[in-house]
Design a protein around this ligand. Structure first.
Ligand SMILES: C[S@@+](CC[C@H](N)C(=O)[O-])C[C@H]1O[C@@H](n2cnc3c(N)ncnc32)[C@H](O)[C@@H]1O
Length: 297
């Protein structure tokens, strides 16, 4: 079974993701791409990476959104079209499964691919793209999966961009006596096997991606991309606390009452706009030899 993700949660986190991702790495990726790049977005969800990275690419571009959840891909198409039209960029449908966003500096072509990434890279059209990208995906996958992906990218000399990988450093403020218990349970949940051929990487994702691509001669750039959730963002803070508590509960049964208390206290703090959260993330950009900072026509 694949892990399922709620579209409303992905929408809620989108502005925080956008504020957190590192623009320098995005610009470096854009420079390394050809004139009209074809970009493969793994675990694309509702398309939040396209809506952010597309502006850095800033020219005609073609995206293939890959996800196991056909409903999320449909929602991605609707959201991309709505947001484009909201800023005055017409969206047209040249085919039933193709969306064209007529951006001022060149059209963005968007297609979807429903595929199970547990079977990747064999089921991906790597020979037809110029880069493989993803956001909030690689902490779900296993080390073996990253190794296979790195080998496949290297065979096609493709850049690999992975944004928002958790680093395991989280801080809920103000402090609470059960913080360490919740953090330990949450970290254990992040290593749970998510079906990608071994334990999920969790906070080991940045190191594993860097090692796999550096071993194949890639230059790996890394930048922090922490979520900074201010007290006024009560819904996001409450959702994070809820998610942490639920995950911790699965692994810390003897501490269940303390975790439940933590959850109630955090929910009350969020309602009163007294809860802020910092969640450590890192962005990575792996560029094949000779691609750093170039643009090929
Ligand atoms: C944390 S969400 C991130 C979504 C999106 N990239 C974003 O940041 O909004 C992970 C995404 O990976 C997808 N996913 C999880 N396991 C998958 C699998 N085995 N095959 C394909 N997609 C998968 C989920 O459906 C979900 O959209």
């Amino acid at each position: 079974m694949t892990e399922s993700f709620d579209g409303d949660w992905l929408d809620l986190r989108e502005p925080f993701d956008a504020a957190a991702r590192d623009g320098g790495l995005a610009a470096a990726l854009a420079r390394a791409l050809p004139q009209r790049p074809r970009i493969l977005d793994l675990g694309a969800g509702t398309g939040s990476l396209l809506r952010w990275l597309g502006h850095y690419v800033g020219r005609a571009q073609a995206w293939t959104l890959v996800d196991a959840d056909a409903g999320l891909i449909e929602r991605a198409f609707a959201t991309v079209a709505d947001r484009a039209e909201a800023v005055g960029w017409p969206a047209t449908w040249p085919g039933r499964r193709t969306l064209l966003v007529h951006a001022p500096h060149g059209a963005w072509r968007v297609e979807g691919l429903v595929a199970d990434l547990r079977e990747a890279p064999e089921n991906l059209p790597l020979h037809q793209v110029d880069a493989v990208v993803n956001t909030a995906l690689c902490d779900l996958v296993s080390e073996a999966w990253v190794e296979r992906m790195a080998a496949a990218c290297a065979a096609h000399r493709l850049p690999f961009y992975a944004a928002l990988n958790v680093t395991g450093r989280e801080r809920f403020s103000p402090p609470h006596p059960a913080d360490a218990l919740v953090a330990r349970g949450f970290a254990r949940d992040q290593r749970r096997d998510k079906g990608f051929g071994g334990l999920a990487l969790g906070a080991r994702a940045p190191a594993a991606i860097a090692a796999a691509f550096e071993a194949r001669g890639y230059e790996v750039l890394r930048a922090p991309s922490d979520w900074l959730i201010p007290r006024r963002a009560a819904r996001m803070a409450a959702a994070l606390a809820d998610g942490h508590a639920g995950a911790a509960m699965r692994h810390e049964r003897p501490g269940a009452r303390r975790i439940a208390r933590w959850m109630l206290d955090r929910a009350a703090q969020a309602r009163e706009a007294r809860l802020s959260v910092r969640v450590g993330h890192a962005d990575l950009l792996a560029l094949p030899p000779g691609k750093a900072g170039t643009r090929q026509g």
